[in-house]
Design a protein around this ligand. Sequence first.
Ligand code: PLP
Length: 253
Amino acid sequence: MTQSVHTPEPAAAPANSVEDFEHNLASIRKRIEVAARKAGRDPASIRLLPVSKTVPEDRLRLAIAAGATFLGENKVQEVARKAESLADIPGLKFSVIGHLQTNKAKYVAKFADEFQALDNLRQAEALQRRLEDEDRQLDVFVQVNTSNEESKFGLDPADVQEFVNQLPQFDRLHVKGLMTLALFSEDKEAVRACFVRLREIRDMLRETAPEGMEIEELSMGMSGDFELAIEEGATVVRVGQGIFGARALPASS
Ligand SMILES: *Cc1c(COP(=O)(O)O)cnc(C)c1O
């Protein structure tokens, strides 16, 4: 959807060996740690989700050997393809972080361990049905459009409560938290406002979510803004280019 028009994001140099990936992963982890400590937070409370979209399987194997075993992907068919061709790797997991068309729910139900872009009930219904078929469960994040841009997916902040209230009927979905894509802007404070909004919605839901539902996670921050997101409470940061190097379409999702 939205394409980045702001300054190039801090992409790593292209990583082409296990050592390159070890280096890039260590350097992002170090930055996460520094940002966490600066914010008075425990670095262990923040998960790094390496985003491997567009990266072919041969390079993915190098990243996996370097320790990236839970990967973010934005296209369901790409997840299906990669999950099948990397099926020999024990413990490999995928998180789908991009918009899902209802008719592709079966791929998520079959191949994903987490889905971060839940934003409508038809999707929830389709996932529930397909997960029953597969006899699987799925961790989900509700995507919120905190930037108020037409082009972005996700629920309007005002609609999140009502949406969440309906989720307990889908017992195959385990609601873990909220996800957002911040505004693509050089204006740091405008970006920060998106992260703050997501945190405020989470804080509200701590009081008002249906019984038994614990909405704690905040998936926010990418290569260009993850330190800011950590300052505002991110518990999952989704980093692609900072680990894998630049993509042709930097922020396409
Ligand atoms: C591509 C993508 C990312 C990672 O972006 P980078 O700039 O490569 O770090 C994060 N979240 C979503 C939803 C994406 O599609």
